[in-house]
Ligand binder design. Structure first.
Ligand code: ADP
Length: 611
């Protein structure tokens, strides 16, 4: 760099006027004539200096012990006025660079920095000063005792040729560790050279390299992500095309039962497009309700529970079973249920099949019963005509009559069960005599007990109140219980049918009991026998459908009663039925009366009716 004596003079003059401005701004307002004058002079000097540098930057650097102007030492730092020195040290400024075109207002802002408490650079930026830049100092005081080996590479490089003074390595590192990348880089670069133009070039080169490398690694990372995205998109397209081309309706729901996807077939069944149903709860859709097993409860229970046990069914058990088979549970890696895929079957078809099934049972039972009634009538006629008690044909005829009765009761069971399932079993509750009901049931079974050699007694507490029940159905309930007792009580045993008024808190009920001295029922089987198709092996093997107690319990509970069992294997069984006392209830038919159940417990009648 060429130096002419004029230049140095200009520098000295500028330093003088700048120092004056720094002092005056502390004493006067910015528009004070003295301040204005100093700024005008300062601006003029900067113009001259810029000209002398051919438009190049003018930089003032405070090194540890000297002041440098454009890298040229000018003064020892102890010769500097305090106001100028303080500006550098207070804001840890190493270099102040003036670009061509600095205005008096820019200079004013630089002077006002003194009173500012924050970052000097921010202050200038806020004031819109662009022609003056500040480089922060990364120097510490020279510590001669610091060993060379402890210096950072940048400093070592600097030591090899850079003009700036060196500081201990760890202090530089400490200093830049808290700075933003750009500031830290500027700080390091300023150690390499005090020449502001050179510093800017270095920074530009570093920034370009940094940008190129970042771009390269971002592109590399993006390549992987793009590949993954493509794969996911392909999988989605595949899944969607499989779903769309399926003949059945498919609904995908999330773990809360909200609809995520539906194929066109499912849209047709529900009668609404996916766009409208997306996010809605699957069980809120009446069109799908009868076809889709409610999985809401199951889905919410974050467990691996066997879904088949917890299904809430809509429709008959057969219908629910069909839908259950059409439902896949989606689990995550931990085995938690996160969603389901259901194939709602065509409701119309299923309903049709169900109806056909019911009609078939009704017709079949009717067809069976009519010839049976005539056979029984004929047998009874023949039995009456048989010559006498000693006649061997009389015994054969009695056995035949009993068998027709058994067949008849099986047909009744099947018919009642079918009616229960379709909700067509109707009760006509009325003011009914409990004692008469017990007597009527016992009398209907007397012939059988006599022929088997089992005693049958009826005991009624005096003053037992009337009950509110369908008399015919109540007789049927007791007949079912008595016929079981006869079946499972050996010859010589006894059966007692009784009716008692409930005491104290239970005075709103009448208790019927059917007690026998038969084979009894194992404890573990006692809970099961009220379920449909259950026959347990405690006693002798006798015929039956396994429906009797299920129907009996349904009839009791649907009329507001309860049934319990007390039994010990080998010591007989007692079935107790409690029915509500008649208290002037309105007499009207009851269809499928739903009794209160303990929450959480799957009521047995729901199992029968498929609720
Ligand atoms: P079924 O019509 O086949 O008799 P139920 O539902 O009436 O069917 O009875 C179910 C099972 O409960 C019977 O198979 C029998 O094992 C048992 N059971 C019912 N009542 C009695 C009883 N009084 N004594 C012993 N076992 C009984």
């Amino acid at each position: 760099m060429t130096e002419v004596p004029d230049q140095k003079l200009l520098w000295f003059n500028f330093l003088k006027i700048f120092t004056r401005a720094l002092v005056q701004i502390n004493l006067y307002k910015p528009d004070h004539p003295q301040v204005r004058q100093a700024l005008i002079e300062g601006e003029a000097l900067l113009v001259q200096i810029a000209d002398s540098l051919n438009g190049g930057d003018f930089s003032i650097t405070l090194d540890n012990d000297k002041l440098l102007i454009n890298s040229t030492p000018l003064l020892a730092s102890d010769k500097l006025p305090n106001s100028l020195k303080n500006l550098f040290t207070k804001f840890r400024i190493q270099t102040i660079t003036f670009a061509k075109g600095v205005s008096g207002d820019d200079l004013l802002a630089l002077c006002q920095v003194q009173a500012f408490k924050g970052d000097a650079k921010d202050f200038l930026k806020e004031r819109g000063v662009e022609k003056i830049s500040l480089n922060e100092s990364v120097y510490a005081k020279v510590d001669g005792a610091q060993p060379q080996a402890a210096m950072a590479p940048a400093e070592q490089a600097q030591q090899a040729g850079a003009p700036a003074a060196q500081g201990p390595a760890e202090k530089v590192a400490d200093k830049i560790s808290g700075l933003a990348l750009e500031t830290a880089l500027s700080a390091v670069v300023s150690r390499a050279t005090p020449d502001a133009a050179e510093q800017r070039r270095i920074l530009e080169i570093l920034a370009a390299k940094f940008k190129a490398e970042i771009e390269a690694s971002v592109n590399k990372a993006l390549e992987g992500i793009r590949g993954e995205k493509k794969k996911v998109e392909n999988d989605m397209v595949r899944a969607e095309s499989v779903m769309t081309s399926m003949a059945d309706g498919v609904v995908v729901v999330d773990r809360n039962g909200n609809i995520l996807m539906m194929n066109p077939q499912a849209e047709a069944i529900s009668g609404r497009p996916l766009a409208e149903l997306s996010g809605k709860k699957i069980m809120d859709l009446s069109q799908l309700e009868s076809q889709v097993v409610s999985l809401a409860k199951e889905i919410r229970s974050d467990s691996k529970t066997d879904i088949s046990k917890e299904l809430e069914k809509g429709g008959s058990p057969e219908l629910a079973e069909t839908v259950k088979k059409a439902t896949a549970i989606i689990q995550n890696e931990e085995g938690k249920i996160v969603g389901t895929v259901s194939i709602p079957t065509d409701a119309a078809k299923l309903k049709q099949v169900e109806q056909m099934q019911q009609e078939f049972i009704a017709n079949m039972t009717h067809e069976l019963r009519s010839p049976l009634t005539s056979i029984k009538a004929a047998l009874e006629l023949m039995s009456r005509d048989a010559s006498g008690p000693g006649d061997p044909s009389r015994g054969i005829l009695n056995t035949a009559i009993r068998n027709t009765e058994r067949l008849n009761s099986i047909i009744t069971d099947i018919l009642d069960f079918s009616k229960l399932q379709s909700g067509k079993l109707v009760f006509h509750p009325e003011n009914t005599s409990a004692v008469e009901t017990a007597k009527e049931a016992a009398e209907a079974m007397r012939a059988w007990t006599t022929s088997k050699g089992v005693s049958l007694t009826v005991r009624a507490e005096p003053g037992v109140p009337f009950i509110y029940a369908d008399r015919r159905r109540m007789v049927q309930v007791l007949i079912n219980l008595i016929s079981n007792s006869i079946k499972f009580t050996p010859q010589g045993g006894s059966i007692e049918v009784s009716a008692d008024a409930g005491k104290d808190a239970l005075d709103g009920f009448v208790f019927f009991s059917v007690r026998d001295t038969g084979c009894g029922i194992n404890k573990e089987d006692q809970g099961k026998i009220f379920e449909k198709f259950v026959q347990v092996a405690a006693g002798e093997k006798v015929g039956g459908t396994g429906l009797g107690l299920a129907i009996t319990k349904a009839m009791v509970v649907m009329q507001g009663g309860r049934i319990t069992l007390d039994s010990e294997p080998g010591r007989g069984s007692t079935f107790r039925v409690s029915m509500p006392v008649y208290r002037g209830q309105a007499e009207q038919p009851v269809f499928e009366q739903v009794p209160e159940e303990t929450p959480g417990e799957k009521s047995w009648w729901q199992k029968i009716l498929g609720r």
